[in-house]
Design a protein around this ligand. Structure first.
Ligand code: ACO
Length: 435
């Protein structure tokens, strides 16, 4: 498995406080801004740093994914996302994330076979579904079943054994489509479809999701290609909330199934994985292209609290490169499924927003979620499944990041500090003496 690249010292930054001075190393990686190494700050100046939400803090060195938010660049192991989406399969990208290099033909075949051999779930896990309510949210089912996998595969939870880590990675990547499809089947009351190892990763997922035992089902090649691309676009995105959750959980030595379950829980929040659902709702509410100018007026009115969903990003201050690719994929999907009037509204909304001073001056561009919900809906996925699809694909990135963290000698149990603002020491008051 790939090793973490090491940063180099690019200089020092002087900091003084209370008459004492410290020269802190400034570290730079291969790309991106340099970082002040504050690890000695407490010893030298008796200070911690304060950075709620970690907006200015690098928590690790990583050689997996690089984002340049100003330029709209996303690289996995140096390869631009546009090239991977065009030429790769999802499993090839998963291999790249995990191993650091694109595979040879033989290595890819080996990896694909390895994943394919692990697509079935332990039959006892199937019984879990009997315990869920029929209307259980699929993210709740995904989170529980993935967490429970640690009870079923005890032979692969020794995190210090490289081979066991590899088998866990295979198991997680291979079984996510099965769990995801079964969560849906349970919701709609259809029989679970077992994986078919003669199909590709994306094809097998579409088969388990859409097929029923009563008739033949052949996944459409255009939709399969779109699914593959969507999985690639969501495979990793550097140190976002869910990935940081996986790393934080893993820093305690927890097993990989527990760590990925923690990542799934974090992804569930609407500020992270749930925005594409909000885009669809917004487009439906706008209802017609003629209503767009009024809608834009509301977005600009601070009192209204209305946002143009699918626009803006914490890191990208340019067009999200994934949004461009997914926009193209939307057209190919609609050629097969028939046009959706919401796509026309989305295109017009995008055209207007990209030339409107409000959005231009704030560097608000479409993000990956602006088009993904439309594609999912056209492909027959209910909105409750949108975040689950995200989790399925992101599992590859989560495991790669988890492994990188384990192999990084600088990493130990993660433990942020705080600025305490509560009471200083005070004496206990017996209950009958309290006011
Ligand atoms: N619509 C209208 N105005 C917006 C939007 C938007 N979508 N996003 C930001 N703004 C405005 C803000 O009101 C603010 O204006 P002001 O300077 O006049 O006060 C300015 O742009 C900067 O906004 P911030 O909130 O500081 O931007 P930030 O980078 O912190 O927010 C976020 C990023 C949360 C994604 C935001 O753009 C947003 O809410 N977008 C809509 C939700 C969405 O699409 N989320 C998906 C993100 S992608 C993903 O998670 C996979």
């Amino acid at each position: 498995m790939a090793q973490t690249a090491t940063s180099k010292q690019a200089g020092t930054a002087a900091l003084s406080f209370n008459g004492k001075a410290a020269n802190l190393p400034v570290l730079s990686g291969s790309l991106g801004p340099a970082c002040v190494d504050v690890r000695k700050l407490q010893n030298e100046l008796g200070l911690f740093t304060f950075d709620p939400s970690y907006g200015s803090t690098a928590s690790c060195e990583s050689s997996i994914t690089y984002i340049d938010g100003d330029e709209g660049v996303l690289l996995h192991r140096g390869y631009p996302i546009e090239q991977l989406a065009e030429h790769s399969s999802f499993l090839e990208v998963a291999y790249l994330l995990l191993n650091g290099e694109l595979p040879s033909t033989a290595a890819l075949e080996n990896f694909t076979n390895g994943i394919t051999r692990h697509t079935m779930l332990h039959e006892q896990i199937r019984r879990f579904w009997d315990g869920f309510r029929r209307d259980a949210h699929p993210m709740a089912m995904l989170c529980s079943v993935v967490g429970a996998m640690s009870a079923f595969y005890p032979d692969s939870i020794d995190i210090h054994d490289e081979r066991q880590r590899e088998i866990s990675a295979y198991r997680l990547i291979a079984k996510m489509p099965t769990i995801t499809a079964w969560a849906y089947k349970y919701n709609v009351g259809q029989p679970f479809m077992y994986p078919r190892n003669d199909l590709s990763y994306a094809e097998n997922f579409l088969y388990m999701f859409h097929a029923v035992p009563a008739e033949d089902y052949k996944p459409n090649p255009v939709l399969t290609k779109a699914m593959e691309r969507i999985f690639i676009l969501h495979a990793d995105h550097e140190q976002n909330a869910s990935t940081s959750t996986v790393r934080l959980s893993g820093s305690t030595g927890a097993n990989p199934f527990a760590c990925i379950a923690a990542g799934i829980a974090s992804l569930w929040g609407p500020a992270h994985g749930g925005a594409n659902e909000a885009v669809l709702k917004m487009l439906s509410e706008i209802g017609h292209k003629d209503n767009i100018p009024d809608f834009i007026k509301q977005v600009k009115d601070k009192e209204s609290n209305v946002k143009l969903m699918g626009f803006g990003h914490r890191v990208y201050k340019n067009y999200d490169p994934r949004a461009k690719i997914i926009r193209e994929a939307a057209h190919s999907v609609f050629n097969v499924t028939g046009t959706n009037p919401l796509l026309d509204i989305a295109l017009e909304l995008e055209r207007i927003a990209l030339s409107d001073e409000y959005f231009v001056s704030r560097k608000l561009y479409p993000n990956v979620d602006f088009y993904s919900g439309l594609i999912y809906e056209a492909m027959g996925f209910p909105t409750s499944m949108f975040t689950v699809l995200f989790a399925l694909a992101r599992t590859a990135g989560w495991i790669a990041q988890w492994q990188e963290m384990l192999l990084d000698k600088e990493q130990k149990i993660a433990r942020p500090r705080q600025i305490f603002t509560g009471h200083a020491t005070r004496a206990y008051v017996p209950v009958d003496k309290r006011k």
